[in-house]
Design a protein around this ligand. Structure first.
Ligand SMILES: Cc1cc2nc3c(=O)[nH]c(=O)nc-3n(C[C@H](O)[C@H](O)[C@H](O)COP(=O)(O)OP(=O)(O)OC[C@H]3O[C@@H](n4cnc5c(N)ncnc54)[C@H](O)[C@@H]3O)c2cc1C
Length: 298
């Protein structure tokens, strides 16, 4: 981490809440489900389906995990009532994975049952490498009972091609990402081009194995390579779509949509936006640089 990054990070907690809120507003829908639904409705009017994420991770008690479930159930119900095209996406440690894999399994199962009744999908997200084995085991257990569940895989990690092979014969909806957590070089690519190349290789393997792929990236050059790969391999357009983060690279979404691609927008909200944003920036200073660039008027 450079000196400037360190300085900015050290200053973040001292920035008054209203000012931080203004900066975060571009990336975070707000503190309540109502605010998230307003964003989803306005995105829907512009032709974008959505993804709902309640900010939170690493809960320290079962009560916190159960409160997260209640929030997600409410969000799924409200999406259905408003007839929006959006699904919920949950970090395993928000549902208590680190406390007890059985607790996380119980909470995901309850949510997935509700989503199934509502005709909705839901996704298990992927966190840092210390959680990956437990998350993949959780997903495998859920996938045995639920068709409406998907997973996330990270191209940064050297293990991901093997993880794709281990997903088994049943096709799923997999979100492919570069990976937001900076991981040790023994287990991860550290070079940006290697991470891109691995993204392409992982997507190709996912296509070969019949999965549908949510291409979650704002990297225009990589996206072009991914679309060419899909076309060259004759992968039906229904088996891939883009997923993007609220507030990031909007002109790109429009170009992709105008050329016939679905672009789903990830809408995070919740009371813990400040702590969450700061933790993310600390874990990966590249995000801090993206945000700082986003604040500049040019
Ligand atoms: C819908 C969605 C869900 C995700 N879920 C997960 C997950 O479950 N687990 C996980 O590890 N990672 C997840 N990620 C994050 C992902 O791993 C990457 O860290 C992130 O997408 C940035 O990589 P990129 O492919 O966009 O390429 P980059 O090369 O990082 O970015 C391309 C360009 O996009 C812009 N940009 C990218 N990110 C931001 C940002 N945050 N703010 C402002 N500008 C930005 C920059 O201008 C940059 O030049 C998710 C990403 C998306 C889009």
């Amino acid at each position: 981490m450079g000196l400037l990054d360190k300085l900015v990070l050290a200053t973040l907690p001292a920035i008054p809440r209203p000012i931080m809120r203004r900066f975060a507003a571009r990336y975070i829908a707000g503190e309540t489900v109502d605010e998230a639904l307003e964003h989803l409705a306005s995105l829907a009017a512009r032709g974008h389906p959505g993804v709902i994420d309640i900010l939170g991770e690493d809960v320290e008690s079962e009560a916190e995990a159960r409160a997260a479930l209640a929030g997600y159930r409410d969000a799924a119900d409200r999406v259905a009532r408003q007839k929006l095209d959006a699904y919920v996406s949950i970090k395993p440690t928000h549902f208590g994975l680190r406390l007890s894999p059985d607790l996380a399994h119980e909470l995901y199962s309850e949510l997935l049952e509700r989503c199934r009744e509502l005709g909705q999908f839901a996704r298990v997200e992927m966190e840092d490498h210390t959680t990956i084995d437990a998350t993949l085991a959780l997903f495998a257990r859920l996938r045995e009972r639920f068709d409406n569940v998907g997973i996330v895989l990270q191209s940064r990690l050297l293990r991901t091609l093997d993880d794709i092979d281990a997903l088994g014969e049943v096709a799923s909806d997999v979100r492919m990402v570069k990976g937001i957590y900076l991981e040790p070089p023994e287990i991860a690519h550290t070079d940006a081009q290697a991470i891109r190349d691995a993204f392409l290789a992982c997507t190709e393997r996912l296509f070969q194995r019949g999965h549908t792929v949510a291409l979650a990236t704002h990297d225009e050059h990589l996206a072009g390579r991914l679309l060419r790969l899909a076309a060259d391999r004759g992968v039906d357009a229904s088996r891939h779509y883009f997923e993007v983060l609220l507030g990031v690279q909007e002109p790109l979404w429009n170009r992709w949509r105008q050329s016939g691609n679905t672009v789903r927008v990830y809408v995070p909200y919740g009371l813990h936006w400040r702590a969450y944003s700061q933790r993310r920036m600390k874990k990966n200073p590249e995000i801090l640089r993206h945000v700082m660039r986003g604040m500049l008027p040019w």
